[in-house]
Design a protein around this ligand. Structure first.
Ligand SMILES: Cc1cc2nc3c(=O)[nH]c(=O)nc-3n(C[C@H](O)[C@H](O)[C@H](O)COP(=O)(O)OP(=O)(O)OC[C@H]3O[C@@H](n4cnc5c(N)ncnc54)[C@H](O)[C@@H]3O)c2cc1C
Length: 442
């Protein structure tokens, strides 16, 4: 490890170092692994050298941007963690309307820097999530009915591949790699930067409407009627939110358009739903969903509709929900659903609802009960959906990766064979270089 450190501009943290215990942690505290080294890369050369080191020494390699992977893929046992956290530059080119972001940046870094120019590219809802994992998985956000998922807005990226080449990926260069990194996760190399398209986004009408959890079934039915024919300017989700005062049923809403239309829509929501608490107001787009690190597990499923059966299965499960449950149905419609499913690796392109549930715990008995409840809920919704957002898979769900990519899986496997035939980049929702059978997919 000392030999590697001597070749780097960045630093290497190993067991025994004062910073080792804090550096090995990832957001999901249920993941308790001990890497042999955490390499804090300071530039692209450090990335190339770290990849080479892991390759030559046949060590597992985990790549970490923000460390928020539910499955804990920002670390590994006994291997090398390639930590991008020091690479957080955000350069706005307001003339070309493009922002170049180094891949250790967090969601809040991008929002802050671009809003200073009155511009924005869609980003997720948690300020600390890394743009690396978010973008490579797809990137749901509260502007996606108008501007698509995060990866729809990527115009180019730089990728260091397993053989140490530094490639630009765009529509014009290495187009197969460009296709794959927009949804295909970290399977193809280490992305050092992304160029994102910027949009004029002023204030959005956003916030949450909160309701007693006991009325979830009825509120969900009324919510469904309100979003039957939504404009592209409106993004919503509904589900269980865990607040200091306990769990509530919550509808999150974001409208990005003309003031008068936004006011009319929120007036309809308020009149039809009568929330007990209402935080909806005009404000700059923000990622305000701070979720503290804790041991947790989550899983997901893409649903075609909020049918009565779906609503009943969800509402029936609520009384047994463990403390610290969050669950959401994110509405897919508009721009995100107008892209062809094979236009890039991210395949969830039909109108519907992306369901995600997550449970956290503080003790082992609580863990077992919480996990059992989560799995039972997921099982009960299973008949009503197909496909899953890859970033919502947990560490036990490698068998669902083919389902997540559906018909795009075989093409991803072929691109994997071209860029990473030995599967160096396997600490992720792994696309195997060998061809796999067709998954049940989107
Ligand atoms: C609190 C919370 C809120 C969230 N909110 C949203 C949301 O609003 N929308 C949404 O779509 N998702 C959301 N997610 C899911 C999130 O997008 C994924 O967990 C994502 O993988 C996290 O990215 P990261 O870089 O922080 O994680 P990491 O753990 O650092 O990385 C995740 C995966 O991506 C790979 N990776 C990361 N960076 C690179 C890179 N530069 N090159 C190659 N591989 C890389 C890693 O190897 C790993 O496999 C949320 C998750 C949490 C915990």
């Amino acid at each position: 490890m000392r030999a590697l450190a001597a070749t780097l501009r960045g630093t290497v943290v190993v067991p025994g170092d004062g910073e080792y215990e804090s550096s090995r942690k990832v957001w999901n505290r249920a993941v308790n692994l001990r890497p042999a080294a955490i390499v804090r890369c300071a530039d692209v050369d450090d990335i190339v050298r770290t990849i080479d080191f892991a390759q030559v020494n046949r060590m597992p390699l985990a790549v970490r941007s923000g460390g928020h992977s539910q499955a804990g893929h920002g670390t590994c046992e006994g291997g090398v963690v390639l930590d991008l956290a020091a690479l957080r530059a955000v350069d706005v080119d307001s003339t070309r309307r493009v922002v170049k972001v180094s891949s250790g940046a967090r969601v809040a870094d991008v929002i802050r820097a671009t809003q200073a120019h009155g511009l924005l590219t869609p980003m997720g809802s948690c300020p600390d999530v890394g743009i690396g994992g978010l973008t490579l998985g797809g990137g749901e956000n509260f502007l996606m009915a108008k501007y698509g998922v995060v990866c729809d807005n990527v115009r180019a990226a730089q990728v260091v591949t397993a053989d140490g080449r530094t490639l630009t990926a765009s529509d014009h260069e290495n187009a197969d790699l460009f296709w794959a990194i927009r949804g295909g996760g970290g399977n193809f190399g280490v992305v050092t930067w992304f160029d994102y398209q910027l949009h004029d986004v002023g204030e959005v009408l956003s916030g949450r409407l909160q309701f007693p959890i006991s009325g979830a079934r009825d509120t969900m039915r009324r919510y469904r009627s309100l979003i039957a024919d939504p404009p592209d300017e409106l993004d919503t989700s509904c589900g269980i939110a865990e607040l200091a005062e306990g769990p509530v049923f919550s509808i999150a809403l974001s409208f990005c358009g003309k003031r008068r239309e936004g006011e009319r829509i929120i007036a309809d929501f308020r009149a039809a739903l009568d929330p007990q608490k209402d935080t909806v107001a005009w404000a700059p787009y923000s990622a305000d969903m701070e979720v503290p690190a804790a041991p947790s597990a989550g899983t997901g499923l893409f649903l075609d509709d909020l049918t009565d059966d779906v609503i009943d299965a969800f509402a029936d499960a609520i009384p047994g929900a463990p403390r610290a449950t969050t669950a959401s149905f994110s509405h897919f419609h508009g721009a995100v659903s107008r892209v062809r499913p094979d236009a890039m690796a991210f395949p969830l392109r039909r109108p519907g609802f992306d369901f995600f549930v997550s449970v956290a715990w503080t003790s082992e008995p609580e863990r077992a009960a919480a996990g059992a409840w989560m799995k039972a809920l997921a099982r009960s919704l299973r008949p009503f959906g197909a496909g899953v957002y890859v970033n919502n898979l947990n560490d036990e769900e490698q068998s669902r990766v083919a389902e997540a990519y559906g018909p795009n899986y075989e093409r991803l496997a072929a691109i994997k064979r071209r860029y990473d035939p030995s599967n160096l980049f396997h600490v992720n929702h792994n696309v195997q270089p060998e061809a796999a059978g067709p998954g049940r997919g989107p």
